[in-house]
Design a binder for this molecule. Structure first.
Ligand code: NAI
Ligand code: PYR
Ligand code: MG
Length: 371
């Protein structure tokens, strides 16, 4: 198969979807790999490293879209790329469709085969292609909360861990999955008092066993959130309903009950955000204020630390890319039910329930495309 590795063009996105080592693996499988010029530069991989691994460097994304049977990205295709996508072409990347009707309709119109990293599952029901980036974003979320609590950044002027004789900051983390757990661990490590909410009792039992003593895992409910939001110096939004739009757990009214200069970090922004007042921001312009509360809503947080994130992401995606290239998407998903769960749109039809529901679109059966 001809596989295309595109350069990221989303604002401040410095990751790349495949390392030179990944190219070498695809080449060993007999595949041809086209890499867009300078695609790996910001992640520490110059074009020469890709050439050494057996790739062909291509100057224009348009040529990659024209020649490749499968194109790979980190982030969703940007509007300038929509017209380049061909019917039947496999597009393998993070899409987060439920957050964007425009993107959903554009991909339907292009009649591509859209396989979303974030909905691929593993044998244990986990999300193997989301987990590594959720680990990064969760850890960063605690750092960002600490940073924007500083006075010069507009925050309350509070040190996360306090010092001897002075109490620490209180952090509320909503969602105790990968992002939430990593955020809580980092905040606890810095000495904060952390409330970690989840809606699953088995998950809370697990968290209760493994989290440090300054972390308090608590059942999530609107009443608990309302109460803890008043106490929190920072809130980290980390919920996920797979493939679907994030539920709005903090309303605009609730902001008025919060301390001035408190910080909201909405990691779930890529699925639409879990605070009513969230809107996506960029690394260049990451925050804004509503009712005296700082909002940090960067939709590609791991893009800020590409040297870590590119390696973590490609460790996870490469085996799937290899499978798709070796077998073609139809055989690959027939043989791997987890990869099949990554299918979101095929030939103009939505096949992911969360996306169909988000926009009131009909839901088609993957089987009808497998022949
Ligand atoms: N902004 C960014 O750069 C990044 C964003 N993300 C996003 O972060 C979000 C979380 O991802 P993961 O932690 O990997 O998901 P996950 O599936 O591991 O965890 C989500 C957790 O939310 C819990 N949950 C669901 N409804 C809840 C509610 N009402 N109250 C409390 N908890 C609730 C679930 O029980 C689950 O434990 C996703 O939207 C993901 O796409 C992930 C990586 C980077
Ligand atoms: C998960 C995701 O959207 C990201 O890493 O940017
Ligand atoms: Mg994202």
């Amino acid at each position: 198969m001809i596989v295309g590795i595109l350069r990221e063009i989303k604002a401040n996105e410095n990751r790349v979807c495949m390392t030179p080592a990944g190219v070498e693996t695809l080449r060993e499988g007999g595949h041809q790999v086209l890499v867009e010029k300078d695609a790996g530069l910001a992640s520490g991989f110059p074009d020469s490293a890709y050439v050494e691994a057996g790739a062909e460097i291509v100057a224009e994304a348009a040529e990659i879209y024209a020649r490749a049977e499968m194109v790979m990205h980190v982030k969703e295709p940007q509007p300038s790329e929509y017209p380049l996508i061909r019917p039947g072409q496999i597009v393998f990347t993070y899409f987060h469709f439920a957050a964007s009707e425009e993107l959903t309709r554009a991909m339907m119109e292009r009649r591509a085969v859209c396989i979303a990293y974030e909905t691929v599952t593993d044998a244990h029901g986990g999300l193997p292609l989301l987990i590594p980036m959720s680990e990064v974003a969760g850890r960063m979320a605690a750092q960002e909360a600490a940073k924007y609590l500083e006075r010069a950044q507009g925050g309350r002027g509070l040190l996360l861990g306090g010092v001897a004789g002075v109490p620490p900051a209180t952090i509320l983390v909503i969602g105790g999955g990968t992002v939430g757990t990593q955020a809580a661990l980092m905040a606890c490590g810095l000495g904060a008092k952390v409330y970690l909410l989840d809606a699953s009792l088995p998950r809370l039992r697990h968290l209760d066993e493994v989290m440090p003593k300054n972390c308090f895992p608590i059942m999530s409910s609107p009443a608990t959130i309302r109460e803890l939001v008043r106490e929190a110096d920072a809130v980290i939004g980390a919920v996920l309903l797979r493939g679907a739009k994030a539920p709005k757990l903090i309303t605009r009214d609730m902001l008025k009950t919060m301390k001035k200069g408190a910080v909201l970090v909405d990691v779930a922004i890529d699925q639409g955000g879990c605070f009513e007042t969230s809107r996506p921001t960029t690394h260049q312009d990451p925050i804004y204020e509503v009712d005296g509360i700082i909002h940090y809503c960067v939709a590609n947080m791991p893009g800020g630390v590409p040297l870590t994130s590119t390696l973590a992401l490609t460790n996870a995606t490469l085996p799937y890319a290899r499978k798709l290239a070796d077998k073609g998407w139809q055989r690959a998903v027939r043989e791997d039910g987890g990869l099949r769960a990554g299918l979101n749109i095929i030939d103009g039809q939505v096949v992911c329930a969360g996306v169909a529901e988000a926009f009131g679109l009909p839901l088609a059966e993957v089987n009808s495309f497998l022949g």
